[in-house]
Design a protein around this ligand. Structure first.
Ligand SMILES: C[S@@+](CC[C@H](N)C(=O)[O-])C[C@H]1O[C@@H](n2cnc3c(N)ncnc32)[C@H](O)[C@@H]1O
Length: 291
């Protein structure tokens, strides 16, 4: 007897036509700033097909229509296309710059009681904002005398859930000195580690799309933005939009730290370039000519 045809299509039954690929790619770009080239079509199609099947849609057009009205499916789709690669103490030369230079300059202009606001955006699964917290506890002697707010934001809600959960693999912890792993983490089954409750409580997580001014507009008076390793996935226009949005979030004189392959000089003329012995960072001028 012939087997019944399964209710759900398999991956070979989902076909993405050229115009559908272009439509989807434009849609993803407008929502996230992330750019995919023609050469990445197979990669995009594989991920998209996986999402179509997992969501129980029968075709690209059915799924695309759902994306417009189902925010949960849109979030799952965005998660499928973000690159969340990160680890503790990544680009730690900037953390050294923070405690050797930036914080002295920031606190010199602040009154006691005014918070210092540090923003890791995008923070992916939390390694970056937690690294900032650990670094300050270990390396900044004035940590107890200032009110420090650490904020972690990302477009990807699944990454943010993992950040809040605070459970990490050995791979995430490979650059963190072992005594610090022992000091701030509890070993769990399966070679995983949970970050201490107190550290989890020290970072405030929220969803933010850095190319969406309505999202970034909720943040003001940030002293240092760590915006590392996301602009590489954007085109020039999305990079400029992100730079303008983050500029508006910074306090006058505030700093922005990019990833080591990224350079603000090629993106926006709004910032001053500051060359410190440890790192090059970008400063919003004290007098805001952009306002
Ligand atoms: C490679 S991770 C970088 C994490 C961390 N900053 C680091 O350097 O290790 C890139 C992150 O950018 C996030 N992302 C992509 N587009 C974004 C957008 N438009 N707004 C906010 N976050 C975005 C992704 O979800 C991903 O978690």
């Amino acid at each position: 007897m012939p087997a019944d045809k399964p209710d759900r299509p398999d991956s070979t039954e989902i076909r993405i036509a050229d115009h559908e690929f272009r439509r989807f790619r434009d849609f993803l770009y407008r929502r996230t700033g992330i750019v995919f080239s023609d050469a990445q079509r197979a990669y995009v199609e594989r991920r998209l097909t996986d999402r179509i099947l997992a969501a129980g849609s029968r075709s690209f057009s059915e799924h695309f229509a759902r994306l417009l009205v189902e925010p949960d499916e849109l979030e799952r789709l965005i998660s499928a296309f973000t690159v969340n690669e990160t680890y503790f103490y990544r680009e730690d030369y900037q953390l050294r710059c923070l405690t050797s230079n930036l914080l002295d300059r920031i606190t010199a202009r602040k009154r006691r009681g005014q918070p210092i606001r540090l923003w890791s955006v995008p923070c992916s699964t939390g390694e970056e904002p937690y690294s900032i917290a650990i670094w300050l506890l270990e390396n900044w002697s004035r940590v107890d005398s200032w009110d420090i707010e650490i904020i972690g934001s990302d477009i990807d809600v699944r990454a943010l859930d993992a950040a809040q959960d605070g459970v990490y693999s050995e791979r995430s912890l490979m650059r963190l000195p072992r005594p610090l792993v022992a000091k701030y983490f509890t070993a769990m089954d399966g070679g995983r580690y949970r970050i201490d409750e107190a550290l989890r409580g020290s970072v405030q997580f929220s969803q933010v799309n850095i190319i969406d001014q309505a999202d970034t507009g909720r943040w003001r008076d940030i002293d240092v933005v760590f915006c590392r390793n996301v602009l590489i996935y954007f085109d020039d226009m999305a990079r400029r939009t992100a730079a303008n949005n983050l500029y508006d979030c910074l306090a006058p004189g505030g700093y922005i730290c990019l990833g080591h392959t990224e350079s603000m000089s090629r993106i926006s003329p709004l910032f001053h370039v500051c060359r410190f012995p440890e790192a090059i960072v970008y400063q919003k001028p004290w007098e805001d000519s952009h306002a």
